[in-house]
Design a protein around this ligand. Structure first.
Ligand code: G3I
Length: 321
């Protein structure tokens, strides 16, 4: 049995992976990613971000994103589309521009309108707003917050909803996989949008974890339920579980398996948790080593495409052999 087939048999809609354009010239990589029984869903790791899609104001560039959406479509895979509004990977015309409340709202609305329209009918879900909160639950101070205030978030969701009736609109963040100020802030956002009649369909919990520091199965389930109780679906959207020092020990590799299983099974055991996406499936293309020096081996496949013990742990937990 393989990940997506087993996850679907347990009631999830998909088990998926992020990918990026440069990786699609790696034939060994592609042979694994394109296998629907392994991965039923793909997330664009980069090329739907603002800097790629609107590098110059009101000049849109879909070429790179379309390569990945076509790849997924050709394989019969669902797409998580990522993302519309984020403080990072913004074009310099946004970050260095001179904005008023009105002009930045107009630019943001235009970006959302064009991108949602271009990808209409192709995405299962859109991450409308990504990483808007600090770990203490306060708003992240970025160009949108500074210029527009917290209202930029409801405006973003309200705008997206004008252009696609069927895609699921998500808020996506990290460090909301366990109870705390940041998870509470995300829940308050969901409640306030719903109270105002603004559509939000889901919350993505990224799941960038550290081996041995991953929340327990029970605490992850209760955290997921505190979101679904508000009337949204949830998903783990960027799962990886890194070693904070390398190389891993044998005991560490076993622990990594336990940690992956706790997260995958928390989703399986939570009604309205729809799927799990890994933030790429192989250490060869993981973002971790370039961001956290000396850390890594966070994925289910090693760089040489052999499998981590954690892969087998997940397969076993999902009832496979
Ligand atoms: O493609 C260019 C290449 O041409 C150039 O030579 C090279 C030198 O800088 O950069 C390459 O682009 C990089 C791109 O990844 C593709 O590898 C960017 O610099 C780099 O900033 C970018 O990093 C991405 C990061 O988001 C920032 O957008 C990571 O791949 C991606 O995994 C990471 O993903 C984020 C999620 O979107 C949100 N949650 C956290 C997650 C991890 O940071």
């Amino acid at each position: 049995g393989q990940l997506n087939a087993l996850a679907k048999a347990k009631g999830l809609k998909y088990f998926g992976s992020a990918t990026d354009n440069s990786e699609l010239s790696d034939t060994t990589y592609v042979s694994i990613l394109s296998n629907i029984s392994q991965f039923g869903q793909i997330t664009l790791g980069n090329t739907q971000k603002w800097v790629y899609t609107e590098p110059t104001q009101n000049t849109f560039s879909w070429t790179q994103g379309d390569v990945i959406t076509s790849f997924a479509e050709g394989n019969g895979q669902l797409l998580r589309c990522h993302n519309l509004v984020w403080y990072n990977e913004l074009p310099s015309w946004i970050t260095s521009g001179t904005w008023t409340n009105a002009t930045l709202i107009a630019a943001m609305k235009n970006h959302i309108a064009n991108e949602v329209t271009h990808y209409k009918g192709q995405c299962y879900a859109w991450d409308v707003v990504n990483e808007a909160f600090n770990d203490d639950g306060t708003y992240r101070v970025d160009v949108f917050y500074t210029t527009i205030g917290p209202e930029y978030i409801p405006i973003a969701f309200e705008t997206a909803a004008l252009y696609d009736d069927t895609v699921k609109f998500y808020y996506n963040d990290y460090n909301i996989e366990y109870a705390g100020a940041k998870a509470t802030a995300a829940q308050n956002l969901v409640s306030s949008l719903k109270a105002r009649g603004i559509r939000i369909d889901g919350v993505g919990l990224q799941g960038h974890f550290i081996v041995g520091e991953t929340p327990s199965l029970a605490s992850q389930i209760s955290n997921l339920e505190s979101f679904t109780a508000l009337g949204v679906e949830v998903a783990y959207t960027e799962l990886d579980i890194r070693f904070s020092s390398l190389p891993p020990t044998t005991a560490g590799l076993t622990q990594q398996g336990t940690d992956y299983v706790n997260t995958v099974m928390a989703c399986v055991e939570t009604k309205n948790c729809v799927g799990v996406t890994v933030w790429d499936f192989t250490d060869k293309y993981s973002w971790i080593p370039s961001t956290f020096s000396g850390q890594g081996d966070a994925c289910l496949w090693y760089s040489d495409f052999t499998l981590h013990p954690a892969y087998y742990s997940v397969v076993t937990a999902l009832g496979g052999t």
